[in-house]
Ligand binder design. Structure first.
Ligand SMILES: *Cc1c(COP(=O)(O)O)cnc(C)c1O
Length: 414
């Protein structure tokens, strides 16, 4: 365990959370380097000698220090914007291991990705095929593409993070895929080299993932039979983690399922995990500003808010919250943990039993994925610092934003 409670005190690796809060202030995001590395390596070791590329989904946590840790372990990257491409390159990532997903790639983004010679575009529509072909022709290069296929399986996750059903904006229908691959083959400066899918996020049932994988290999066989050379199959990301009492899909279990479905097929296997690498590797430390006892509800008002961590208000997501110092034998009370923002939706946890005093520090767990990357400046709150713990060492990997930076791009009109 790299985030644990030793003798009633929370530790991130070998550093006490209380020290970190004192040294860097709160709120702050704190990550365990060891946890990130371990989660990535579990995918790699599970594949063993099998030809594979684990493409970390950058949008889960795009801090360049985290990208750099993964790049050093040989990771590939799944990006969804030109901004993410810049980050990966700045962090030392290898362009030839980057796949570019997303339904709305702009002309400028495609141009940039072609110049940088990324591995593959995960194409989401027929129009995008024409656009990539045109730009590749102008640049006189070949674009390797894969079609994001919508396998039409119900991933049984939150509707906002389900992406693999027909009524969804993502990907192309299986029935349409063969025709589109033929179109792609005929287009100038386009080489179809792969096929991909991503059916949703925070999946805790492996059955829909297996159904999707089966549809993918079936389609691959059909494409190969019509002389379309598929060199890699990208099965996407989406593995769920434990936030509350879910049973997560382990990396080994997922990879084993893929290897079984692949059988003797020799295509390179790509996966695009985000949450399962960084989710449980981070906590958000926040200080109790006020305790407020009402007639039928008690509130803990903390210094973190929905702008720092949007998941509770956005998806009604659960994050475990505890006091970093175990207040043993003091009475527990039921509280809603809320931030200072002027929105009723500004809560971080509801109906939790805690023992707290004003001034105590709380840890909000499992915030390494879709935490900092979804943060905003709402209410003119500065973005919080990010700290990476490596054994006993604490590295500031993002400085606390300054108030001047908040409006440095604005100007008063003449
Ligand atoms: C978000 C996303 C991922 C990563 O999903 P996780 O649930 O974080 O593993 C992978 N691929 C695509 C195309 C995505 O949009």
């Amino acid at each position: 365990m790299t985030i644990n409670t030793k003798t009633g005190r929370l530790y991130i690796e070998n550093r006490a959370a209380s020290d970190i809060a004192e040294e860097f202030g709160t709120p702050c995001y704190v990550y365990s380097k060891n946890s990130i590395e371990t989660n990535f390596n579990r995918f790699k070791y599970a594949f063993g000698e099998r030809k594979n590329l684990v493409c970390y989904a950058v949008k889960a946590n795009s801090n360049i220090a985290i990208i750099n840790i993964l790049a050093q372990l040989g990771s590939g990257f799944d990006i969804v914007s030109g901004g993410e491409l810049s980050r990966v390159l700045a962090a030392g990532g290898d362009a030839s291991k980057i796949v570019f997903s997303g339904v709305g790639k702009t002309h400028a983004e495609i141009n940039y990705a072609l110049e940088q010679k990324i591995k593959c575009f995960n194409v989401e529509s027929e129009s995008e095929l024409y656009r990539i072909s045109n730009i590749a022709k102008e640049l006189n290069v070949d674009a390797d593409i894969s079609l994001r296929v919508n396998p039409d399986v119900d991933a049984k996750t939150h509707p906002y993070i389900s992406t693999g059903m027909k009524e969804n904006k993502f990907g192309v229908d299986v029935e349409d895929a063969t025709r589109l691959y033929k179109t792609a083959t005929d287009l100038p400066n386009i080489s179809p080299t792969g096929i991909d899918c991503h059916i949703g996020s925070q999946l805790t049932d492996i059955a829909p993932m297996r159904d999707a994988a089966l549809k993918m290999v079936e389609l691959t066989d059909a494409l190969i039979a019509s002389n379309i050379e598929i060199k890699h199959i990208d099965f996407g990301g989406g593995l769920g983690i434990q936030y509350e009492d879910e049973t997560p899909i382990h990396q080994e279990q997922f990879v084993e399922m893929l290897l079984e479905v692949m059988g003797g097929r020799e295509q390179e296997i790509l996966v695009e995990p985000g949450r399962s690498i960084v989710g449980n590797s981070g906590v958000l430390l926040t200080t109790v500003e006020y305790l407020k006892h009402g007639s039928n509800k008690n509130f803990i008002v903390v210094d973190a808010a929905m702008n720092d961590l949007a998941r509770p208000s956005l998806y009604n997501a659960y994050h475990h919250i505890d006091n970093i110092l175990d207040k043993e034998k003091r009475p527990l009370k039921r509280y809603d943990i809320v931030g200072p923002i002027c929105e009723t939706g500004d809560f971080l946890g509801k109906d939790r039993e805690l023992s707290v005093n004003e001034g105590d520090v709380l840890a909000i767990h499992s915030v390494g994925a879709y935490g900092m990357t979804m943060s905003s400046n709402y209410n003119s709150r500065v973005r919080v610092p990010e700290i990476l713990i490596d054994d006993t060492h604490a590295h500031v990997i993002r400085k606390k934003e300054s108030v001047e930076e908040l409006f440095s791009n604005e100007q008063i009109a003449p």
